[in-house]
Design a protein around this ligand. Structure first.
Ligand code: SF4
Length: 328
């Protein structure tokens, strides 16, 4: 039995891959086939066979005070990004109904900015209440850094999931953003977990992370134990400091998804930003090694996946893609 098979058998029996092993597998570029086979076997055996789709709406866009180097919405970069204030509860409802119609089972309200003020939390609560009354969707939100008190109010209004990405390896994050910290994000996630919310937490690959940082990112996620891991692939936006990074080569995308799968064997990995930069062939390979969820419709400032394309590819790979509106 070679090392790839040995690690696969261990994970299938409930064991874990170590940091050093994940780094070793990632560094063996000439053994890509073995890495993908290992990730595929783990995906087949341990992840749910339902491809889960959620929808999101950019409910407040741009003019952000923060300096995240990848983001078009930071006011520090000249990106020409559209900006608008809070869109209101009715506009959120319209988008939610469209996502539900397309087959999403969960819907997230996303706002730009470091954190919401009291009025911002009140506005999001009003939208959540309306969506709870008028749709069957599970409700999620991505609102930056939140206090326990604010999360309590949002939960009361209907919030079931909270999204907050750690974005990359904690040791690399300070190179990409200095206006807030991973620790603040993790504290937000911990408050949400304590209050019984489900967590959606992932990040962006292709921001210049080394092999070590990619593996560190995978293990940082494992520690958080999210219920869903969105995997964005950097879509380089002119005007942002990361523009010069370019688009991640397809093999590196699939390698990264494979490592995320082996380190987090049971967690749905979700196509997010950057999906449109990928060919369907690369998307198929990503599904083979572990992607098992997606986002319906337009994303924030980058093109998202096409629901029909992703649904088709997921069905070809043997996933159940019918909507599931059971409360989970
Ligand atoms: S990622 Fe969020 S916090 Fe960072 S600049 Fe963009 S909108 Fe602001």
């Amino acid at each position: 039995m070679n090392i790839f098979q040995e690690i696969t058998e261990r994970i299938l029996k409930g064991g874990e891959i170590t940091y050093d092993e994940a780094l070793f597998l990632l560094s063996r570029g000439s053994f890509r086939g073995e890495l993908y086979e290992a990730a595929h076997r783990v995906t087949e055996a341990l992840t749910p066979k339902r491809f889960d789709f959620c929808g999101i709406i950019n409910a407040k866009c741009g003019l952000c005070s923060e300096n995240c180097k990848w983001c078009a919405q930071s006011a520090r970069w000249k990106t020409g990004c559209e900006t608008f204030p809070w869109i209101g509860a009715k506009a959120c409802l319209k988008a939610a109904l469209e996502a539900e119609e397309k087959g999403a089972t969960r819907f997230g309200l996303v706002t730009s900015g470091r954190a919401l003020d009291e009025q911002g939390v009140t506005e999001v609560c009003e939208a959540l209440q309306l969506l709870r009354q008028k749709t069957h969707l599970h409700l999620c939100a991505s609102l930056g850094i939140l206090s326990k008190e604010h999360i309590e109010r949002l939960k009361e209004a209907g919030l079931e999931w909270l999204h907050c990405n750690i974005e990359t390896a904690p040791s690399y994050f300070p190179d990409l953003c200095t206006t807030h910290t991973v620790e603040e994000k993790v504290a937000t996630l911990k408050h949400a977990r304590k209050l019984g919310l489900k967590l959606c937490c992932g990040g962006i690959i292709g921001m210049g992370e080394t092999d070590e940082q990619l593996v560190e990112f995978a293990f940082a996620l494992k520690e958080i134990e999210p219920d869903s891991i969105p995997v964005n692939v950097l879509h380089p936006i002119p005007g942002t400091p990361l523009f010069e990074k370019g688009i991640l080569p397809p093999d590196r995308v699939v390698d990264s998804v494979s490592i995320l799968r082996l380190v987090n064997p049971r967690t749905p990995l979700r196509f997010a930003g950057g999906r449109r930069d990928m060919s369907d062939e690369t998307a198929k390979r990503c599904i083979y090694v572990g992607m098992s969820a997606g986002i319906v419709g337009p994303l924030l400032t980058t093109p998202g996946g096409d629901y029909d394309d992703d649904r088709h590819l997921a069905a070809l790979a043997g996933y159940d893609v019918s909507p599931d509106l059971r409360k989970n």
